[in-house]
Design a protein around this ligand. Structure first.
Ligand SMILES: [Cu+2]
Length: 541
């Protein structure tokens, strides 16, 4: 679905104003090309195709194939192949893409918790890549991070035990400094972990029927239909953004619901754009899960913000039989500077995500359980130490929101136009604790069997989603205040807003390996590629 501006203030200059219709009292439009933002990305389409591009008819939502693997040598075995492909996001236009066992994205791996698995990953994309199991707790050498490179033509076969609560995880390329480009082109897929505790709950669980995965990705396109991935300074700094929303690779999807409740498993699979979700008719829904598991209780809400890398599970009630339009809204930002940055980033675009069409005959799902899973509140007293992580952006994005004198001094020494590395090729700017990512440097060493508090601080001018490999952590507080109810579950990615200090509690329960590091990084992929990443090892006590 084409992005549109949240405000209609420029509608009279909008060449596609005639496409706008009123649905559920909310202005829905095909805008996206009419651009007033200073730096906003927009697709470059062939003018003969019309201003909003060729695809304006709703398409059935694509559901990724589910893959249960086969038992082989006592291991549940999954075969994945990274491929080049051609996708048809718009009728009559070929889009070269990357996919896993297909043209774009990959199958959903369904795994029972406790299983021993082997995943054979064969790379046939013509370039080196990796596949990282985002959110899974496993040995560092199985993690699929930047140290587990799979060269073109090779197969990598990690084996590990799945030690998770039931949740939706995902896998994606982690091929620094090309992670942003490879994920953008399609190297990502989902993992469903099931367990007995969650399976006993009365929750929708028919994959593709009432348990629906939704991978949200904004993309920009060139006039010939190819993906537009920009490596210029602006996309390095703000992260790559587009004006077309793909949901499981579908432009403007609809879904015919056969049940009166839907469980939506949402992944923000965008490179950099935050998505704040809600329904056009204002209906509330229940959040039941976070990144790494279910919540203790359903949390009723009308809005949910997901940063890149974050997941959530929600239950939508369709008992009234009315169509429900899932869409995005502006993500709240604070202060005038935040507003200005948002305009510059094109962050005032909002999107239709999914049109849900309840069928006349619907299966009754029964009441939503009031209690979900057992989850004890995090206990910070068991932490043996605290570590600080200060996220900083170079150029105009850093150091202007406070921080210590020495931090400002460091900014000054880099200069306002220090340049950046990553695909853009330049260096400087994106740091954690003043350091850019270095594959040959271990930044932190933690002891197995201990718990720690990690305090993530953001003195930069943008919110950053901080992702930590190896662990599912808990959020203790944000600037001293307890986390929102929807964040009180297991997390592997946490938003650190401008000026915030977020404290996390991490348990390092096993898998000591002094030689192979895990990563922690910003999940804005262009920031990660530019150096906002560090490495830690877990060592024996
Ligand atoms: Cu970032």
């Amino acid at each position: 679905m084409e992005g549109r501006r949240a405000a209609a203030r420029d509608s009279d200059r909008d060449p596609v104003i005639s496409r706008r219709t009123v649905l559920g009292g909310v202005l829905i439009g095909g805008a996206g090309l009419a651009d007033i933002g200073l730096w906003r990305y927009r697709s470059r389409r062939d003018p003969s195709l019309g201003a909003a591009g060729p695809a304006t008819e709703p398409q059935p939502l694509a559901i990724p194939e589910i893959m249960d693997g086969v038992l082989h040598d006592g291991l549940r075995t999954y075969d994945l192949e990274l491929r080049t492909g051609v996708s048809h996001f718009f009728p009559g236009l070929d889009t070269p893409t990357l996919g896993i066992n297909g043209d774009y994205l990959g199958p959903t791996l369904r795994i029972q918790a406790g299983s021993d698995v082997r995943i054979n990953v064969t790379n046939r994309i013509g370039a080196a890549s990796t596949l990282h199991w985002h959110g899974l707790h496993l040995p560092a050498r199985m993690d699929g991070g930047p140290h587990q490179v799979i060269r073109d033509g090779e197969t990598w076969s990690p084996e590990f035990t799945v030690k998770q609560r039931a949740a939706m995880f995902w896998y994606h390329s982690h091929m620094v400094p090309h992670t942003g480009r490879q994920v953008y082109q399609g190297l990502a897929g989902l993992i469903y972990v099931e367990d007995d505790e969650t399976s006993q709950l009365n929750l929708p669980r028919d994959y593709g029927i009432d348990d629906i995965p939704l991978v949200l990705q904004d993309r920009a396109f060139n006039g010939d239909g190819s993906l537009l991935y920009d490596t210029g300074m602006r996309s390095r700094m703000m992260g790559m953004r587009g004006d077309v929303m793909l949901v499981n690779g579908t432009v403007r999807p609809y879904f015919a619901a056969q049940t009166d409740k839907l469980r939506l498993r949402l992944l923000n699979g965008s490179n950099s754009r935050f998505h704040t979700l809600g329904f056009a008719d204002g209906r509330a829904f229940f959040q039941i899960g976070t990144d790494g598991g279910l919540l203790r209780h359903p949390v009723e809400t009308a809005r949910l913000t997901l940063a890149p890398g974050e997941r959530a599970q929600i239950i939508v009630n369709l008992g009234d039989g009315r169509p429900a339009q899932l869409r995005t809204y502006q993500t709240p930002v604070s202060g005038q500077m935040g507003q200005m940055m948002r305009r510059m980033m094109g962050d005032d675009l909002v999107f239709d995500v999914l049109q849900i069409r309840p069928e006349a005959q619907r299966r009754i799902s029964g009441p939503l359980p009031q209690k979900l899973i057992a989850l004890v509140p995090p206990d910070p007293t068991r932490a043996v130490r605290m570590r600080r992580f200060v996220l900083r952006m170079g150029m105009m994005g850093g150091g202007m929101m406070g921080g210590t004198g020495s931090e400002r001094g460091m900014m000054g020494s880099r200069g306002m136009m220090g340049g950046m590395r990553g695909e853009g090729g330049m260096r400087g700017g994106f740091t954690i604790n003043g350091k850019e990512m270095d594959m040959n440097r271990v930044d932190e060493t933690v002891k197995v069997g201990t718990s720690e508090i990690w305090q993530i601080e953001n003195p930069s001018m943008m919110a950053h989603p901080f992702h930590i490999h190896d662990v599912q952590f808990r959020i203790l507080d944000r600037n001293g205040a307890p986390p929102a109810p929807g964040e009180r579950g297991l997390k592997d990615t946490v938003v650190v807003n401008v000026g915030e200090r977020v404290r996390l509690l991490l348990d390092f329960v096993d898998y000591a390996d002094p030689d192979r590091p895990y990563m922690y990084h910003c999940h804005i992929l262009e920031h990660e590629d530019a150096g906002m990443m560090g490495q830690f090892v877990v060592t024996a006590r």
